[in-house]
Write a protein that binds this ligand. Structure first.
Ligand code: AGP
Length: 607
């Protein structure tokens, strides 16, 4: 989604604006722009493309001490300079940047046009800057407040007026906005990442709140002008300065970080001597959790795949019904929920609008709502009754990798925790704890075979379609492998239950269709072998992810990727690693932008 940064203080604004936009660029990146305000009035500079192109333009701008910047992920209107933010009022005295969607922009656009307003862009956002101009009579905050009362939808906005150079007015509804506090300067950001190295304390704006941000003070109030006292929060220490290290891409770094991030996901949480785990984040709701009779896991994208794997784990250990829902569907489905139900939202960013909305719907219906997310202090973390953090560190690559495996670890921890409150015995709990402790080393073994996986992936790069098959918890892993491939290499890939292939997709199989099959030596192994034979009988090319090679497999598979033997509960995590690497190396071979694939954004904060 869009990135927002702002600065007001004694220093030149541009260095923070560009540094902040660069840090947020992975969130959305089809165009960018800045507005700068000084004694010579407002300057607005915009560009299609990335922050690096903007930097070239801004280097020629006047040095000012007040300004804001924006990276756009297009929702209304193509990526173009005209549609890039900031947007200006007709008289050029008001500049605005916006993250979110104004749902009633069409009638407002027509109304403004009938008043003679000439629109310069196709965006929904431009409607808002003209509404503010219409209601400006010398008080920018008041004009913003009135204009916001006329729109519906989600917004995180920053507004400047040429006549009020000592302040930036901000407002928030549904799209994250933070205000970093300095000794004699203030920073604005849509994500904590932008504040790293500039401010270590920040205020979170909540929905329906505005603020007048000055260099030495910030006044927060509701849109109906009620003052708000808001404590500042310390910047989460895990927000290490983001760097790629020696890796060609953030995604590769994050794949190779997984032995550590998986270890961090269970660090301090294992109680081997009790055959259990400790999850401090859910202690306040443990009684409700113990009593709940049904679980609903809700998420989007890769996190939804983690939820699907979690369904197998939780249902097996807890013996209560576990359902998985797309968050975007759940929130509109009028689900049957009562106080015996626990809804678990899973999200890496903690800002996904659909997941956040699903949580609010579940809370409204009386459910206990837990959050499993990576970003400390994120909207989903704050919306949860309680939750568990992944501790995976910032995930910059748009294609989620380390967060996925950490989500699976946390779901295993949750299953043991809840299971030991019910019928899960010491021995079973202890076995899982021991499995988790062995997991980082097994993941490292797979990473050590990355060159073998790369050679296989580079053969895949020449294809335009691929099919991923798996059974049981390896079906969602197949879905995840397919999503990884399609989102960074643009190859059309589908994940399917292996048994389902013969009910249709088998029509796609020929010598041009690579089929990646996850075939660990588990109870389904013989059936999966039959599925592989069905593929081979139609000349399909078969890549098998297996825990043990044998002569039969060697006869059937064109390529075999071995993963270490392990208990069923951790095998889905192991099986995901080679699929992540395959997607990465295929995309690199195809010359794709691995960390910032076209059309995508890291955090989808709009519906
Ligand atoms: C995963 O590789 C994608 N980037 C995307 O599907 C992502 O998982 C989805 O948007 C959910 O994001 P979240 O985990 O931050 O909520």
């Amino acid at each position: 989604m869009c990135g927002i940064v702002g600065y007001i203080g004694p220093k030149p604004a541009v260095p923070y604006l560009l540094d902040g936009l660069k840090r947020l660029e992975y969130r959305g990146y089809d165009s960018a722009g800045v507005a700068l305000l000084g004694e010579h009035g407002l300057q607005v500079l915009k560009t299609v493309g990335k922050v690096s192109q903007l930097s070239l333009k801004v280097s020629r701008a006047r040095s000012e001490h007040v300004g804001f910047g924006h990276t756009r992920w297009a929702t209304h209107g193509v990526p173009s300079e005209a549609n890039a933010h900031p947007h200006l009022s007709a008289d050029g005295k008001i500049a605005l940047i916006h993250n979110g969607i104004i749902e009633n922009y069409q009638p407002l656009r027509e109304e403004l046009k009938s008043e003679g307003v000439l629109f310069r862009s196709e965006t929904d956002t431009e409607v808002l800057v003209h509404l503010i101009a219409r209601h400006y009579h010398g008080d920018l905050a008041e004009a913003v407040r009135i204009a916001l009362g006329l729109i519906s939808g989600a917004y995180g906005i920053c507004v400047l007026h040429q006549n009020e150079p000592d302040r930036i007015v901000v407002a928030k509804m549904g799209s994250p906005l933070l205000i970093g506090l300095g000794a004699d300067e203030s920073f604005i950001a849509s994500d904590q990442q932008a504040l790293v190295g500039h401010s270590d304390r920040f205020i979170v704006l909540e929905d329906g709140e505005m603020a007048v941000v000055r260099a030495t003070d910030v006044s927060v109030f509701t849109v109906d002008m009620q003052p708000v006292e808001r404590e500042a929060i310390e910047l989460a220490e895990e927000l290490e300065r983001i760097d790629q290290g020696d890796y060609a891409h953030f995604m590769l770094k994050e794949i190779f970080e997984q032995p550590r991030t998986i270890s961090d996901a269970f660090a301090g949480r294992l109680l081997p001597e009790e055959g259990g785990v400790r999850l401090g984040g859910i202690a306040p709701v443990i009684d409700r959790l113990k009593a709940c009779k049904r679980l609903i896991l809700t998420a989007c994208g890769t996190s939804w795949h983690a939820a699907l794997v979690g369904e197998y784990i939780l249902e097996d250990m807890l013996r209560i019904p576990v359902e998985v829902e797309y968050a975007s569907e759940f929130r509109y489905r009028n689900p049957v929920i009562d106080e015996d139900c626990c809804v678990i939202a899973i999200s890496q960013s903690g800002e996904t609008a659909d997941t956040l909305a699903a949580m609010k719907e579940a809370k409204r219906k009386g459910a206990l709502v837990l959050g499993i997310c990576n970003r400390v202090g994120s909207a989903i973390a704050r919306e949860s009754h309680a939750g568990v953090y992944l501790h995976a560190g910032p995930e910059i690559g748009v294609a989620s990798t380390k967060a996925f495996t950490s989500q699976l670890v946390v779901l295993i921890l949750l299953a043991v925790h809840m299971g030991r409150l019910r019928n899960l015995g010491y021995n079973h709990g202890r076995q899982v704890v021991d499995e988790l402790r062995a997991l980082p080393g097994r993941v490292q073994e797979i990473l050590d075979s990355s060159e073998h996986i790369r050679a296989i992936a580079e053969k895949l790069a020449g294809h335009n379609n691929a099919l991923y098959l798996g059974r049981g918890p390896f079906f969602p892993v197949a879905l995840e492998g397919a999503l990884k491939l399609k989102e960074i290499s643009y190859i059309h890939a589908e994940g399917y239950p292996a048994a389902e292939m013969k009910h249709g997709p088998i029509a796609l199989i020929d010598e041009n269709m690579p089929v990646i099959v996850i075939a660990p030596r588990d109870d389904n192994y013989d059936k999966v072998i039959s599925n592989i034979q069905e593929v081979r009988a139609r000349r399909g090319k078969v890549v098998v992810v297996a825990t043990r090679a044998d002569t039969k497999l060697a006869e059937l598979a064109d390529e075999i990727i071995l993963i270490p033997e392990a208990q069923p509960i951790t095998l889905p995590i192991l099986a995901a690693i080679p699929l992540q690497l395959m997607a990465y190396y295929t995309a690199v071979k195809r010359g794709c932008d691995v960390d910032q694939p076209r059309n995508l954004a890291k955090s989808v904060t709009v519906e």
